[in-house]
Design a protein around this ligand. Structure first.
Ligand code: NAP
Length: 447
């Protein structure tokens, strides 16, 4: 959407854009990744994107999967240029014994579940144990810890999926342990996300594994303002008086997962205590000591990073988990593919907040326009009407703008009755039926 926006903003260009999406619904992580208790973020972006989608130069083509319904080689023939912004559908694994046991999930799966992504909406995530362990100290780890500990009454006012609400109402999780392989000063979480933990009613936050230093501690020498603010928040959090807390979040620093143990399902996590060492470049890394401990837990969520999957028909950089590219131009072994571009997490790896993608898309669009200016783009071999005819033939349940609007309207209306921003439709069949309702299926829409 940011790439499309950058192109649409260029009033000197006679640009026309087709926006392909595998799901019936648009917006990617804004819909399926941003936590439900962050409605203000979604609202702002939703408004911006909805405005762009109204532009008559942009056609929405939902429920079409590139690689299945259309090949990248065909896109190269149908358009001057194709920009791939397919994100990260996979995640980094811990690589420890027992990771396959039921009860061990990727945080990505849990996030997609509670956000009602159709591929994950009916996951059976068991929340019946007292303790859950989240491996990782990034923003995703904090998101899932918050959702696991927030009062359900608060979640009932959000757009969290009905299935997740039901599971959380029934949850017996009382303690969430956040396992950080390095120390508190190296936490990958951002300050606003950490500070939010102060506002979860009835939740006590503690820190284990290392002592939080005083401000004049030698480790703070050279620490930047952001790191100092994190430390201040952590100290404030752990010093808060708490009487009879409803739930607890425990930061356990300098701790790495070693093995998941259980008879047919997750029962325990063996954890190694680490110490910090410096590599040749001066970066602090976690080195395991001999000291180990067993933590009882029925749920382990790994939140140690997302990863992009290889994309059929495009060169892939396996090491980085991205479509191989040079500054946004798709490139195989350093050789640029004319007219093929990439943006977002599948271009640069899974780092950065949503706004980072705006800058990332600007770089890609600049590369595209530069290539156009020097005549590197090939004119399309067929017109837009022919493209639409082919798509309708291959995917009779193509979702157009009016279909998405019907879904959006239905979800908002259903939500309004319950005091929620929207009540999401979470199954592909329901979404397609809603998109096709009334005139949708049979009456041709001009857009
Ligand atoms: N609210 C928001 O704005 C928001 C919400 C969610 C996500 N995001 C963004 O989305 C991106 C991805 O977030 P993320 O949380 O998935 O990733 P992340 O920020 O890269 O954090 C990954 C965490 O996992 C740890 N880790 C990595 N490999 C490990 C291993 N083998 N064993 C134990 N720990 C390991 C890392 O520790 P080390 O530091 O030691 O490597 C780090 O603490 C980030 O840029 C994040 O800021 C933003």
């Amino acid at each position: 959407m940011y790439a499309a926006q950058h192109l649409l903003e260029r009033s000197d260009l006679a640009v026309e854009i087709d926006l392909y999406e595998r799901l019936p619904t648009p917006w990617g992580l804004v819909r399926a990744g941003v936590a439900p208790d962050h409605p203000e973020k979604k609202l702002v972006i939703d408004r911006q994107f909805s405005f762009a989608l109204q532009d008559s130069r942009l056609r929405y083509l939902g429920n079409v999967e590139i690689g299945r319904d259309v090949r990248p080689a065909e896109l190269a023939e149908w358009y001057d240029a194709a920009i791939y912004a397919t994100g990260a559908a996979s995640d980094t694994r811990m690589g420890i014994p027992g990771e396959e046991l039921p009860g061990c999930w990727a945080a990505r799966e849990f996030v997609s579940f509670y956000n009602g992504h159709p591929d994950f909406a009916d996951l059976k995530i068991d929340l019946q144990s007292e303790r859950a362990i989240v491996v990782g100290n990034g923003n995703v780890a904090l998101d899932v810890a918050r959702i696991l500990t927030m009062p359900v009454a608060e979640l009932e006012r959000t757009d969290i999926s009905d299935q997740a609400l039901a599971a959380l109402r029934d949850s017996r999780v009382r303690e969430v342990v956040l396992l950080g392989r390095r120390g508190h000063l190296q936490g990958a979480f951002a300050n606003p996300e950490l500070e939010e933990l102060e506002h979860i009613p009835g939740v006590e936050v503690t820190a284990e594994g290392e002592d939080l230093p005083d401000d004049d501690d030698v480790m703070l020498d050279g620490a930047d303002w952001t790191t100092r603010r994190k430390l201040d928040t952590l100290k404030r959090l752990v010093r808060r008086p708490s009487s009879n807390p409803r739930k607890r979040i425990i930061f356990r620093f300098l701790s790495s997962p070693v093995e998941i143990v259980g008879n047919g399902r997750v029962e325990q996590l063996l954890v190694a205590r680490n110490r910090l060492e410096r590599d040749a470049g001066g970066r602090l890394f976690a080195a395991a000591t001999e000291e180990q401990e067993v933590l009882q837990a029925g749920l382990v969520l790994r939140a140690i990073g997302y990863r992009g999957d290889p994309f059929p028909g495009l060169p892939f950089d396996t090491r980085r988990g991205v479509i191989a590219n040079l500054g946004g131009r798709i490139a195989d072994d350093g050789k640029v593919w004319p007219g093929a571009y990439v943006t977002g997490w599948i271009k640069r790896g899974c780092r950065g907040i949503i706004g980072s993608n705006k800058r990332c898309a600007a770089e890609t669009v600049a590369a595209l326009l530069e290539d156009r200016a020097v005549g590197r783009l090939r004119a399309p071999e067929i017109g837009r009407d022919s493209v639409l005819a082919i798509l309708r033939d291959r995917q009779p349940e193509l979702v157009r703008l009016d279909g998405w609007r019907r879904i959006d309207h239905a979800e908002r209306s259903a939500g309004r009755e319950l005091g929620r921003p929207r009540r999401k439709l979470t199954r592909t069949g329901e979404l397609l039926a809603c998109a096709a309702a009334e005139q949708g299926l049979h009456q041709e829409s001009s857009r």
